[in-house]
Design a protein around this ligand. Structure first.
Ligand code: TSJ
Length: 706
């Protein structure tokens, strides 16, 4: 079952994200001129090379004209769109929107605008506008084109022209610039309001200029407005914008960039749908939003920001902006630390998250020592495990030249960031704790509790390790081990079902009794094959817990318990599991049975309560004997246990586990062989033996033991 699912998932992955660029297949018939005319989806790598060679041949002719150079650049985008926007699926389609919006956000971060409007139009286009300075309209020396045309036709032109680059941070993961959007659009129009004039430009069919920038009127406004229609030749899967996707991203943008108002209107529905996002507090409100359904430990939300300069390898001075917001909530969840670089989520963290962790550990420990939360005899310090429990945090940095690592490029790599984040947060958090004693102590108490729990578990594990000389990391997590290190007195209860396992854990003598709960049905016994048994996780857990290996190499002198007790319900499922386990022991741990180390627990079937005392019966005959001896009238009530799960821990201890009073059956080699035969019958195609088995399922256990 599990394997099947895994395989299915793998196949699915291959078909989707990974190879999205490979949807471009070679069309043998495609001639070169066709390709030139229609640089769309049917272009292979080979053909790309042909184009490049041809361009080189014509070199001087083609490349003297800046226009053609520009077009060659945009054609490259159309040939391999995946390289620029990740994919041509719905995700890639929406990247076009993020790309354009990023430019407006940049203008806002530079301090020149405060509002960005996004509208989804009925004709499949999107319009994005801001109230900034307007893209420069003057001629750019390097390209010989207007600023606007340069931005939309030169790859990576972004704000990188003119003297004043501004503080450009957009362009995180796919920050490729507006020209890429142009290259992948059937048409794109720009209106720039600037210095009293209204300017207009239009491109078609993947960025081909229709009309150079023109002054079309007068205005007193200022800003930039871009409308584009994604090219269905590129976005073959879908060209439909998803309102929720855009809404969620714009809301996140508004959280990450405080005081920028972002409006969204969807004109495709009547009446138009509208959303407006504006967060005075930015990250602080983001944390509040994430914690909406939780109970906060302290009411207010910590926030800090800072800007630090550093010199890059070329001695160029760069500025990094850091913001952190966080709040503790009830509970132990450690998965609520989110990080961003240039408004793009860094799902795998990186140097900014490392810096955050350094500051947290350092400042929280210093405060705890200075204020006697950690006392002299608390030798250990708080670690990140302790302070992460219940923490919701957002780390957001803005970096002019981010480097991303890892397969999915979701990890920030710039080394200088670590120290800068650590400095900014360290100072601010230190001050916050000093200035808010009461809140600080609440936080300290929460962290201290997590710290205490961690040390307890660590010392418990260490003791077990000592006693067993065993690498505990490999012991199954579900095993509740005993503390004694003498196998002769140790008992392993293999318990059917998690609820019964829970009762057994509470009812046991933890010094000598260990509990290993097994999931409902470990295997479909009927269909089990031998090699599948060994692959089964539950069986694997059992082998590890017993500690002597299995098969030819099984070493009975290494086992960790001299009593292995199978504790299952007295029903058909319970019998199945019992049969399977006995078959397993017979085939792979025979000495265990030969030495008489395997037992079957005997939980009672009935309980009779009389004058405040409980009497347990293990069979119908016993029940009758009890009734007679107590002189009970017919109809006197008694309880029938349908499963182990019905017994509370005390009852289970009292009747089935306590060595003083319990009854257990010791399994003999004969029993095991019988079980093995039954197992074979059960595995077979024949139905008859199974029916037989169900009728009489405890035939192979006879010898009584206390
Ligand atoms: F609105 C928008 F989001 F659609 C959008 C806004 C899209 C694009 C591609 C660009 C912009 C945009 C660009 N808004 N504001 C600007 N600003 C500039 O390009 C600009 C303006 C003035 C100066 C200067 O030095 O005077 C420099 C720059 C980079």
């Amino acid at each position: 079952m599990k394997e099947d699912k895994f395989e299915k998932e793998e196949v699915k992955e291959e078909n989707s994200s990974e190879n999205e660029e490979e949807v471009f297949t070679i069309d043998e018939d495609a001639g070169f001129t066709d390709t030139e005319k229609n640089l769309d989806k049917r272009i292979s790598k080979d053909i790309i090379e042909v184009i490049d060679e041809k361009a080189l041949e014509k070199g001087s002719e083609n490349y003297t004209s800046e226009n053609l150079t520009v077009l060659d650049g945009l054609d490259a985008v159309r040939i391999r769109p995946g390289m620029y926007i990740g994919s041509t699926s719905s995700t890639g389609l929406h990247h076009l929107v993020w790309e354009i919006v990023d430019n407006g956000i940049d203008e806002a971060l530079a301090g020149f605008c405060d509002t960005i409007n996004v509208s989804i139009n009925r004709d499949g286009t999107i319009t994005v506008s801001d109230n900034g300075r307007g893209i420069p309209v003057d001629k750019v020396t390097k390209t010989g084109l207007s600023g606007v045309e340069t931005v939309f036709t030169v790859l990576h032109a972004g704000g990188k022209f003119g003297d004043n680059e501004g503080y450009k941070v957009s362009g995180g993961l796919h920050g490729v610039g507006a020209s890429v959007v142009n290259a992948l659009s059937s048409w794109l129009e720009v209106v720039v309001d600037k210095d009293g004039g209204e300017y207009f430009i239009r491109f078609e069919n993947g960025g081909h200029i229709v009309k150079h920038l023109e002054r079309v009127g007068n205005t007193t406004k200022h800003g930039t407005k871009v409308t584009f229609k994604p090219d269905p030749l590129i976005f073959t899967e879908t060209t439909e914008f998803n309102f929720e996707t855009i809404k969620n991203r714009l809301r996140q943008m508004a959280f990450l960039n405080k005081k920028v108002k972002i409006n969204l209107t969807d004109f495709r529905v009547d009446p138009a749908k509208e959303e407006s996002f504006y967060y005075e507090g930015g990250l602080k409100e983001y944390v509040h939003f994430l914690n909406k359904t939780s109970i906060p430990l302290v009411d207010d939300i910590f926030y800090c920001e800072g800007i630090q300069k550093f010199k890059d390898i070329n001695e160029k001075e760069e500025t990094i902006a850091v913001e952190v917001a966080m709040q503790y909530i009830d509970g132990d969840n450690t998965n609520n630390i989110y990080s961003f670089c240039n408004n793009v989520s860094t799902g795998n963290g990186g140097t900014h998250v490392e810096g955050f962790g350094l500051a947290m550990t350092r400042v929280l420990n210093n405060y705890a020592r200075d204020n006697n939360v950690l006392k002299k005899n608390d030798k250990e310090n708080f670690n990140s495990e302790d302070w992460k429990k219940g923490l919701t945090a957002i780390i957001s940095i803005k970096h002019p030249n981010p480097q991303y690592e890892g397969q999915t490029k979701g990890k920030l790599g710039n080394p200088e960031v670590k120290k800068i984040v650590s400095n900014v947060l360290g100072q601010a958090l230190g001050r916050y704790l000093e200035e808010n004693k009461n809140k600080a102590l609440l936080i300290m108490r929460k962290i201290y509790e997590a710290y205490e729990r961690r040390l307890k578990i660590e010392s418990y594990k260490k003791n077990l390790e000592k006693k067993n000389g065993l690498d505990l990391a490999t012991l199954p997590g579900k095993l509740a081990d005993c503390s004694s290190n003498n196998p002769e007195e140790c008992e392993l209860f293999i318990v059917e079902g998690n609820s019964a396992g829970g009762s057994a854990k509470l009812g046991r003598d933890p010094r000598i009794q260990a509990i290993l709960p097994l999931r409902g049905k470990i295997l479909n016994v009927q269909k089990a094959q031998e090699h599948k048994i060994m692959d089964n996780a539950e069986i694997g857990n059992m082998i590890t817990a017993i500690g002597g290996g299995y098969g030819e190499k099984f070493d009975v002198s290494k086992i960790r318990y001299h009593k292995i007790v199978i504790m299952t319900d007295a029903d058909v499922d319970g019998s199945h599991i019992r049969i399977l386990l006995l078959t397993f022991f017979n085939r792979f741990m025979r000495p265990l049975i030969e030495k008489g180390y395997v037992y079957i627990a005997q939980p009672p079937l009935y309980k009779v309560e009389y004058k405040g005392k409980a009497y347990y019966a293990y069979s119908d005959e016993q029940l009758n004997v009890i009734r007679k001896q107590l002189n009970l009238k017919s109809g006197y009530p008694f309880q029938r246990y349908k499963g182990l799960g019905e017994m509370d821990p005390d009852q289970l201890e009292e009747t089935t586990m306590n060595p003083e009073v319990r009854k257990m059956l010791r399994v003999t080699v004969d029993d095991a062989i019988t079980a093995d035969q039954i197992f074979n019958d059960l595995m077979g195609e024949d139905v008859a033996p199974r029916t037989e088995f169900i009728k009489d399922n405890a035939q192979f256990v006879k010898n009584l033991d206390i």
